[in-house]
Design a protein around this ligand. Structure first.
Ligand SMILES: NC(=O)c1ccc[n+]([C@@H]2O[C@H](COP(=O)([O-])OP(=O)(O)OC[C@H]3O[C@@H](n4cnc5c(N)ncnc54)[C@H](OP(=O)(O)O)[C@@H]3O)[C@@H](O)[C@H]2O)c1
Length: 222
């Protein structure tokens, strides 16, 4: 059977980095392209790094000639410096990527959104995540998978106090995240990436939204 090809946007991040690890070790995938701002030292026979200008993604539209796209882009308002810059990374770049993916025949588009995504929300972050979700769903992919993790945990170079606090709360109050509250429990970035890759291999057509509790279950079962 022909091996699949994948493109990751955001492969240098927490979820994107784990996504890259899973895809490289998965025999169903023969080629993994990463669109990066700066080439990394990572080497692998299946890996192709392509340096792109995210403001002009169409200049490297050949990277979108793959089966599956995994969009793990994201920033924080603090890091981006303004709401406008945040909007670019979390909304404009993913939507442009989805448009180019659809034009180039991509079948499956998976994206990391966030718990609470709602285009009508009063909260800017949730509103942008809601907007990106609804824009992505307009493109004619055979499958659109939207992942809505709760607070992420996992090793990253920069310290994010919210995530550290989330990890502590998750450990100390693990008994509180049961039943209907299970979905609020902080989740490892690695588990999100795992679920994304597992779900992409199921080839289920249509649009699906995965809440955090379900993401955890998929990863644990997989
Ligand atoms: N943190 C949380 O608790 C949390 C919770 C729920 C959902 N999420 C969402 O989950 C997604 C993934 O989060 P993460 O923590 O894995 O992300 P991350 O570690 O911060 O990585 C973000 C990725 O986006 C890229 N990126 C950032 N700014 C960019 C720019 N201006 N132009 C091009 N690429 C840019 C980064 O590339 P460079 O290496 O080049 O900067 C990196 O590959 C995000 O959409 C986030 O909103 C996060």
């Amino acid at each position: 059977m022909a091996k699949r090809s994948a493109l990751i946007l955001g492969s240098t991040g927490l979820i994107g980095g784990h996504c890259l690890d899973y895809l490289l070790e998965d025999d169903s995938y023969g080629t993994v392209i990463v669109a990066v701002r700066k080439e990394t030292k990572r080497k692998h026979k299946k890996l192709k790094q392509v340096v792109v200008d995210f403001e002009n993604l169409e200049k490297r539209k050949e990277v979108f000639k793959v089966n599956d796209v995994f969009c793990c882009l994201g920033t924080t308002i603090r890091k981006a410096g303004s709401q406008e810059q945040f909007r670019k990374v979390d909304l404009e770049y993913p939507v442009r990527a989805a448009e180019l993916s659809a034009k180039n025949g991509v079948k499956q588009f998976s994206i990391v959104s966030a718990m609470g995504a709602d285009r009508k929300s009063m909260i800017f972050y949730n509103r942008i995540k809601g907007e990106v979700e609804s824009e992505i769903q307009k493109f004619p992919f055979s499958s659109v998978m939207i992942f809505r993790p709760s607070l992420l945990t996992g090793e990253r170079e920069e310290v994010r106090s919210g995530e550290k606090l989330g990890e502590t709360i998750s450990n100390v109050l693990s008994f509180a995240f049961i039943g209907p509250f299970a979905t609020y429990r902080p989740i490892e970035g690695k588990a999100v990436a795992h679920a994304m890759v597992l779900e992409s291999k199921k080839n289920v057509p249509g649009k699906r939204i995965y809440e955090s509790g379900e993401i955890r279950k998929i990863s644990e079962a997989g």
